[in-house]
Write a protein that binds this ligand. Structure first.
Ligand code: B12
Ligand code: SF4
Ligand code: SF4
Length: 357
């Protein structure tokens, strides 16, 4: 294994790592054994049921996900870390306003979290001497929620996300390493009899406590899915054009959440943007304005697809009809089809008889 320059004992080293994590702005840092146990079987069952939809990488890398040593040889310990991201946002309730998931309003977390983890790994190297490691944040087949739970960072909420008494608005990241640190103890779960997240989900994607069928989840439909959004879900998507926060917004524990780092604050007024304005962005405006933001990954075509659906769910105002008609001849068949759907829906809803007074 590695040589230790330091005289720190195991417990003192772990405390020093936690302290270094706090200094780097992590909300929590904990240690887990690099073993996935029963979670591997549950992952396989979820895949066998087809819940991953078109996310082929989930099936392709299942064995690496279930076996940390295969992903990074020599790994015996997972240092799990959480970063708060909740931005102070304006509400997206006004008619014609776009709803973008809170995690995607500012800088891309993949880079921010991995950069911070690299600094934590450097600090650990100073404390413990040279060691073998690799850092991740949603960047490789790693069972992030499982390790965070095992490391005592919180419990798994019924919505499947990691939840703690400080809420769930947290990104997760890990350091796989060869330091034989003693694992922390998992914390007790505090969902109790609450089922708010299951009840509130607009598309009934939380099909049972602790199980999300991604094919029904608005986050999957607006971010991961490449082709047409199934028609049954379009009216339920409302004005959500990128991701969905509903199962977290309703969670009672999120009343105790802290605001996140300034990097995650909304850019370009994305927390209060109008659908018609975002729909008017050209491809180069999309690429320029969203440089460094996670939304850029879906590309301009899917951006227009998503906004077309939201416009179809908005009130049939003249400027909305005009914006949709302006994209009716878009070169992409995907965009044209969603624009056609939106125009037909607005025509049907605006000609429907008004309800009796
Ligand atoms: C694939 C993925 C998705 C998919 C699938 C989500 C899912 N729940 O599986 C989609 C695109 C839908 C998605 C959406 C979102 N995601 Co996501 N996603 C991931 C990813 C890459 C893998 C998750 C995974 O392994 N899923 C596979 C299934 C099998 O795992 P699981 O649902 O956790 O199931 C476990 C248990 O619940 C149990 N289980 C499964 N079925 C059953 C059934 C029963 C009956 C029981 C008892 C148990 C059980 O076994 C499983 C294995 O332990 C992780 C990053 C990572 N590498 O881990 C981020 C991650 C989970 N996502 C994250 C976020 C922020 C989101 C969104 C909030 C984004 C948004 N605002 O739109 C939503 C939330 C939706 C939700 N309620 O899950 C964060 C969550 C942070 C946190 N606090 O936990 C992560 C950790 C990324 C990160 N690094 O921060 N995501
Ligand atoms: S993110 Fe939205 S659609 Fe997905 S499970 Fe949560 S509430 Fe349901
Ligand atoms: S809404 Fe209720 S059931 Fe869902 S994660 Fe939060 S506490 Fe648990």
């Amino acid at each position: 294994m590695h040589d230790r320059d330091s005289t720190l004992d195991e417990a003192a080293l772990k405390e020093a790592i936690r302290q270094a994590g706090r200094e780097l702005g992590f909300a929590a840092v904990g240690v887990a054994r690099a073993e996935v146990g029963d979670a591997a079987g549950e992952l396989r069952a979820w895949l066998a049921a087809g819940c991953h939809g078109e996310m082929d990488y989930m099936a392709r890398h299942a064995e690496l996900r279930a076996d940390p040593q295969r992903l990074h040889p020599g790994t015996v310990t997972v240092i799990s870390a959480a970063v708060d991201y909740l931005p102070a946002v304006k509400t997206a309730d006004a008619a014609g306003q776009a709803a973008i998931s809170r995690y995607a309003l500012g800088r891309d977390y993949h880079k921010v979290v991995r950069h911070r983890l690299q600094k934590l790994a450097d600090a650990i190297g100073t404390l413990a001497g040279p060691f073998g490691y690799r850092v991740f944040s949603d960047s490789a087949p790693v069972m992030e929620v499982h390790f965070a739970e095992q490391a005592g960072l919180g419990w798994r909420g019924k919505h499947t996300l990691l939840l703690s008494q400080q809420g769930s608005w947290r990104f997760l990241g890990e350091i796989y390493c060869d330091l034989p640190l003693a694992p922390d103890a998992p914390v007790e779960a505090h969902c109790g009899t609450c089922t708010a997240c299951l009840d509130v989900c607009p598309t009934r994607a939380i099909t049972a406590p602790y199980r999300v069928d991604a094919r029904r989840c608005i986050s999957y439909l607006t971010i991961e899915l490449h082709g047409a959004i199934p028609e049954e879900f379009r009216p339920l998507i409302g004005n959500r054009i990128y991701g969905c926060d509903d199962c977290q917004l309703c969670c009672p524990w999120n009343r105790f959440a802290s605001l996140g780092a300034p990097e995650f604050s909304p850019r370009h007024g994305l927390d209060a943007a109008r659908l018609v304005d975002l729909f008017a962005w050209t491809e180069s405006e999309f690429n320029e304005r969203l440089a460094g933001n996670p939304i850029r990954r879906i590309g301009h075509e899917r951006w227009l697809r998503n906004i077309a659906v939201a416009l179809g769910n908005a009130p049939a105002a003249a400027e909305i009809l005009e914006a949709l008609r302006g994209r009716a001849d878009h070169p992409s068949a995907l965009v044209r089809e969603h624009v056609g759907w939106a125009l037909a829906r607005l025509a049907a809803t605006s000609s429907a008889p008004a309800p009796p007074a």
